[in-house]
Design a protein around this ligand. Structure first.
Ligand code: LM2
Ligand code: CA
Length: 464
């Protein structure tokens, strides 16, 4: 079947990194649905390795041991209840699907579902011949990242690499995806898609029992282009995050007026984007904007949600110092319920970025302005920019350290508007500062340094 296209409306996905299912269910009901998120991306739900002596790192989930949905995030029943809760709130559920590999534990172990496994032995599922043994580099691992064959047929990070060209592996992987569709899952992120030939993914997805939204991780660089994966579905445009980070950290916002395809990115409609991901926020080279950048990171998210390129992910994660540190868990590694209102600071504390006032306001702005063009671009030639989403909204982002006082040409009808970055509309008043658009569509105001202003036709609290 042809890949399901991207959602036409409510295209913001909250990536609730490492959240347990019960907490995701609550977040859908009380936050994501009411605030206008269209979807949630959850962590890999299949059974995984358990590495107690390493302190239960977050990346256990990227080492599958079976396709039972018994994980540190909850039980199969809790998973199903989460899907129902999210659907009732109007939120689609996307699963991070690990298809390229199983575990990377040469000595085997016991998984989160209680099953014993070996490196190339997952009883009832896969045995030695279901894996690639590429015969290179002494240990079968990928070493030459310029070699297409090696990237797809050797082991990524020592993870046992599934022989996705074989009937048994294809049928088993399709069976896993179909079991998720049967529970109501709406789409998939294909983890490490670059390491699986696109033809294999085409075969696997042709077996799906119903259309699903698919976005694939095909990181930029090397011999395998993203475009190869478009017949399978959408593709994560990781260059968006690296370029946004570069522009906000060391460049100039004035560069952003043509941000998108003109920068060499894939077509907007088939691209999923983020300012940072769970991987880039841990990239010790420090290239990515992350929560550690504070207001700068918030402003990058304001831009992401205001700008009509790609389908945005919003990462919601936890404080860390060690890049391996897992989420706050009990003695058995099961993740404890997410607490957003307490313990939000300090190592391990949940950040709940999906709830940040400016982000929530901009999710609403994106929904209100969907389908409208960017017009009336203005910049100071440096780090202050403003633009309209014609007839529906207007945004100004001031990354300068000093305040910006200016008369902006919004093109909006006269009235008092709530700044969605700093407040929200309740009845006919704004919980934060408002601004006034004159009869001619001009708006005279001051935007403080390192802050933003966003107004939309749905944030007008009075006609004068
Ligand atoms: C991804 N996308 O393609 C995920 O976004 C990324 O987070 C995953 O890596 C990766 N692919 C594999 O699914 C994470 C994590 C790694 C971790 C792996 C496997 O970033 O650090 O590797 O999951 O759990 C860990 C160790 C590594 C070791 C490997 C195998 O850090 O040193 O390699 O396990 O034991 C010998
Ligand atoms: Ca592979």
């Amino acid at each position: 079947s042809a890949p399901a296209s991207a959602p036409a409306a409510r295209d913001v996905t909250a990536h609730l990194f490492q959240w347990p299912w019960k907490s995701v269910a609550e977040e859908c009901k009380h936050v994501l649905g009411p605030d206008g998120y269209g979807a949630v991306q959850v962590s890999p739900p299949q059974a995984h390795v358990e590495l107690k002596d390493q302190g239960f790192p977050w990346w256990q989930a990227y080492q599958p041991v079976s396709y039972s949905l018994q994980s540190r995030y909850g039980t199969p029943k809790e998973f199903a209840q989460m899907v129902d809760s999210c659907h009732k709130a109007g939120v689609r559920v996307y699963v991070d699907a690990v298809l390229n590999h199983m575990s990377g534990q040469p000595n085997g172990g016991v998984g989160s579902d209680g099953s014993a496994y070996g490196y190339y032995d997952y009883p009832g599922l896969y045995s030695y011949d279901d894996f690639h043994h590429c015969g290179r580099n002494g240990n079968d691992d990928i070493a030459n990242w310029n070699d297409r064959w090696e990237i797809q047929n050797c082991q990524l990070l020592g993870l046992s690499d599934l022989a996705t060209e074989t009937e048994h592996v294809r049928a088993t992987l399709a069976g896993y995806l179909n079991s998720l569709l049967a529970v109501g899952v709406d789409g998939f992120r294909f983890d490490a898609a670059k390491h699986i030939p696109a033809a294999d993914l085409e075969d696997i997805t042709s077996r799906l029992t119903r259309p699903a939204y698919i976005y694939q991780e095909v990181l930029d660089g090397g011999p395998i282009p993203k475009s190869e994966y478009l017949p399978v579905g959408s593709v994560i445009e990781d260059r968006y995050g690296s370029q946004i980070s570069r522009v906000f950290k060391t460049g100039s916002l004035s560069w952003l007026n043509m941000f998108g395809e003109a920068w060499g990115f894939n077509a907007s409609a088939t691209s999923v984007v983020y300012t940072d991901s769970h991987d880039t926020e841990r990239d010790t080279s420090g290239g990515s904007v992350t929560y550690k950048d504070g207001a700068l990171n918030d402003l990058a998210t304001v831009f992401e949600l205001a700008w009509p390129y790609g389908h945005p992910l919003v990462l919601s994660s936890y404080h860390f110092t060690s890049t391996d540190a897992g989420p706050v868990s009990d003695a058995n590694g099961n993740v404890l319920p997410v607490a957003c209102n307490t313990a939000t600071s300090g190592v391990g504390g949940w950040l709940c970025q999906d709830r940040a006032d400016s982000t929530v306001g901009m999710v609403g702005f994106r929904n209100t302005t969907a389908g409208t063009a960017v017009t009336r671009w203005w910049s100071d030639g440096s780090d202050a920019i403003a633009f309209a989403r014609e007839g529906a909204g207007y945004v100004a982002i001031n990354k300068e350290s000093t305040s910006l006082t200016r008369t902006f040409d919004t093109g909006l009808p006269a009235g008092t508007y709530c700044n969605l970055v700093t407040g929200h509309v309740v009845g006919n008043h704004c919980t934060g500062p408002s601004v006034t658009v004159q009869a001619d569509g001009f708006l005279s105001t001051t935007v403080p340094g390192l802050s933003a202003l966003a107004i939309s036709k749905d944030s007008r609290v009075s006609k004068t």
